[in-house]
Ligand binder design. Structure first.
Ligand code: R5P
Length: 315
């Protein structure tokens, strides 16, 4: 246990916060985060935070607005209780896909949310696989941006059946950098899918760049939301002669028909992190494998607390 450090959790992913605390060898701080009868969030920090280095674990997954509000109010409570420093540990940064004006008269909601966190009193941010790295610049605070690659790479090292004849696939042009990093790590080829989106939450596979015939394809993406992109990419790869199709997805958002789409698709395995908790149904799916990021986050928290370098974790 590191002295002066205290970790709290909102209601978005308490099991992850508990796993992080186990890795840090400390207990989760006591805080009551509930709702009043009318639905307003009610927070009471029960552990003493005066002069302490506070970490609040709260991925802003669905219901995103509610979880954002919990984090804001928890920060406000800690700030008013004389915490020395407050870090937002946001393993999944919701609204990250609204990071630019995609059409006239549309908002940049990711920036708005970043501003809200700063106004509430957070002093720094620790996150994983932001939708684009540029979101770091939306905060006028230090941001430590972790990648899921070490967690996936460690697991894949135990799966020679996937690594044999491997080719890494980016499901869209925007994800090439992320996919290339894994292809470089495994010293294998890279294929790219040309995906188009005419409407929100609907995608079409237009072209496949690269030869996937007889290869094990590993799709790399930050988010699987409705499952449309992933299922269509997996099916296109199978139609083009892939031997097996697998996916590593940092954030299993899995809204709407996502699970049914994954189950019905050519995808053999959906490997994800626990940045977002899975539904009971998803846990039971034989295609879904969830790996924990708790050790990675615990190590980052320990280093931030001790003012040690975090850069060796950014690989
Ligand atoms: C898009 O740029 C993201 O990286 C994901 O590919 C996308 O959010 C997945 O969405 P869906 O599962 O709804 O197709």
């Amino acid at each position: 246990m590191e002295s002066g450090l205290i970790v709290f959790s909102g209601n978005a992913n308490r099991p992850l916060a508990e796993r992080i605390c186990r890795a840090l060898n400390c207990d989760l701080g006591n805080a009551s985060v509930t709702s009043f009868s009318d639905g307003e969030t009610r927070v009471e920090i029960e552990s003493n935070v005066r002069g302490r280095d506070v970490f609040i674990v709260q991925p802003t997954c669905a219901p995103a607005n509610h979880h954002i509000m919990e984090a804001l109010i928890m920060a406000d409570a800690c700030r008013r209780s004389s915490a020395q420093r407050i870090t937002l540990v946001v393993p999944y940064f919701g609204y990250g896909r609204q990071e630019r004006k995609s059409a006239p008269r549309t908002p940049i909601t990711a920036k708005l949310v970043a501003d809200l966190f700063a106004s509430a009193g957070f002093d720094r941010v620790l996150s994983l696989e932001l939708h684009t790295s540029a979101i770091q610049g939306f905060f006028n605070l230090p941001v430590d941006h972790l990648f899921a690659k070490p967690v996936f790479a460690k697991y894949l090292a135990t799966r020679p059946d996937i690594l044999e004849d491997l080719i890494v696939v980016s499901p869209d042009a925007g994800g090439v950098e992320r996919a290339r990093a894994l292809a470089k790590y495994f010293n294998c080829g890279l294929a790219i899918v040309d995906k188009r989106r005419d409407r929100p939450n609907e995608s079409t596979v237009m072209n496949l760049i690269g030869d996937v015939k007889g290869r094990n394809c590993l799709i790399v993406d930050d988010i699987c939301d409705t499952g449309g992109s992933l299922a269509k990419t997996a099916d296109a790869l199978a139609e083009n002669g892939a031997k097996g199709v697998y996916a590593v997805i940092s954030h299993p958002v899995l809204s709407g028909q996502a699970l049914a789409r994954i189950e019905a698709s050519a995808l053999k395995e959906f490997i994800c992190t626990d940045s977002i908790p899975l539904s009971e149904k998803s846990i039971k799916s034989s295609k879904i494998i969830q790996l924990t990021i708790s050790d990675l986050f615990a190590e980052a928290i320990r280093r931030i607390h001790n003012s040690d370098s975090v850069s060796s974790l950014f690989v």
